[in-house]
Design a protein around this ligand. Sequence first.
Ligand SMILES: [Zn+2]
Ligand SMILES: [Zn+2]
Length: 195
Amino acid sequence: MLPIERRQQIIKWLDKEGSLPISEISTRLHVSEMTVYRDIKPLLEENVISKTSGGISLAPIVNPPSNVCSYCLKELHNRHPIQIITNDSRVEQLCCPHCGLLRYKNIEKEVSQIICRDFLQNSTISAKMAYYLMDTDFNLNCCQPQVLTFGSLKQTEQFQRGFGGIILRFDEAIEEIEKRMNGSKGCSCSHERLN
Ligand SMILES: [Zn+2]
Ligand SMILES: [Zn+2]
């Protein structure tokens, strides 16, 4: 058997059986443990396999850190993002409160925390406590209908005096966005992306 054939055989076994000791592989392939180590060296270097307490196994697939919105899949630019933390400690990034609220609605039972930023101060606030300003003249250039989030009612009202719009609470904001989306999925930005 050529080294490349042995490598393929090792991968097949690991795929089927999980983890295998080097000694076992050496016996099965009728080669020395030294040879097995030489065979698997490139596989270890390329992260195809990894060392375990019992020998070697296929390396777990690691998802690259997400830099797209979990709802509309638009690339994150982090101007007014929202974060959702699920019950199993997964962190989802959403491009703007529009997507944050719609995503929340989709996976409501799995959500442990939903966090947004105060639009003026950039401080972190719980989205459920935030004030939402809709229909302002200020354009985030993200998803429509757009909402801005604020930590205090006073500041929301100040911003409203300058830029107009209506003030909503968490549940009202979700309801209003859904109503205006008129049952359609995603948001305007995802359509732009697809076209
Ligand atoms: Zn989005
Ligand atoms: Zn967006």
